[in-house]
Design a protein around this ligand. Structure first.
Ligand code: PGA
Length: 248
């Protein structure tokens, strides 16, 4: 544990080594607490991490049958089985191959008729689970975590958010490579929801994240760089490959 303002940084030679080390660390958390409550991200970055977790499960080195999961965010207006949904992404990359059942999974429902009620339900579900033990995060090149986009003000709690053009572009692959097909809005955990996790690990790789990572770790805290608020947490680790660490 470190004091606020000190983000631990661990650098690996490449993204595969970073993912493998993080998967082993998660396995350690799960063996210490089989009913671990795990917060999970989507995106390109965690794909390798999920492959490594599945690999450990397949070899009998990790038992995920008692964990609970909460994902950070979901697009608005699409159902869980839509091919572009984050729920579908998680089913394909982790839940199905790792044998994580529906009963273990909490997810924001982007198709809920009342999005405000859905956000409130999610906050209550996190509280009822006893809070998130370990929250894994990716980071957008604009510094977003979850879908907490750079803004003059940030939302504390799970909320409905309008996505930035760059965020829609970077999610285009899920929607036939057409940024205009990416929903314009989403539901996301808020900054306080994320910062209340007992322990946080941010995973980033590649040169495109280097500038942003340097500002997150060493720069001032700013709502224009939502991830910089991680400096206020007492147990944050940033796990990087060499490219993402190149501007530190
Ligand atoms: P990426 O997305 O892993 O696809 O770069 C990260 C994010 O936007 O949080």
């Amino acid at each position: 544990m470190h004091g606020p303002g000190e983000i631990r940084v661990t650098v690996f030679p490449n993204d595969r080594a970073a993912a493998r080390a993080l998967a082993k660390r998660i396995a350690g958390h799960v063996s210490a607490k089989p009913s671990l409550v795990l917060g999970l991200p989507t995106g390109r970055t965690p794909v390798r991490l999920y492959q490594e977790l599945v690999w450990l499960v397949e070899r009998g080195q990790l038992d995920l049958s008692r964990i609970r999961t909460f994902n950070l965010d979901e697009f608005l207006g699409i159902a869980r089985d839509h091919p572009g949904s984050y729920r579908r992404f998680m089913e394909d990359h982790l839940f199905k191959p790792a044998g994580i059942s529906d009963e273990q999974v909490e997810f924001l429902n982007g198709a809920a008729a009342d999005s405000a009620a859905e956000c409130e339900r999610y906050e209550e579900a996190i509280a009822a689970a006893g809070g998130i033990d370990v929250q894994i995060l990716g980071i957008g090149t604009n510094g977003h975590i979850g879908f907490n986009e750079p803004a003059r003000e940030l939302q504390a709690r799970t909320h409905r958010v309008r996505l930035k053009p760059e965020t829609r572009r970077s999610n285009a692959a899920l929607f036939g490579s057409d940024p205009n097909a990416v929903p314009g809005e989403a539901l996301s955990m808020g900054m306080a929801t994320i910062l209340q996790a007992r322990s946080i690990v941010l995973l980033a790789s590649g040169k495109s994240k280097a500038g942003c990572i340097a500002r997150v770790v060493n720069g001032p805290i700013a709502t224009r760089l939502p991830a910089s608020f991680l400096q206020l947490h007492h147990d944050v680790e940033v796990v990087l490959d060499e490219a993402a660490a190149s501007k530190l």
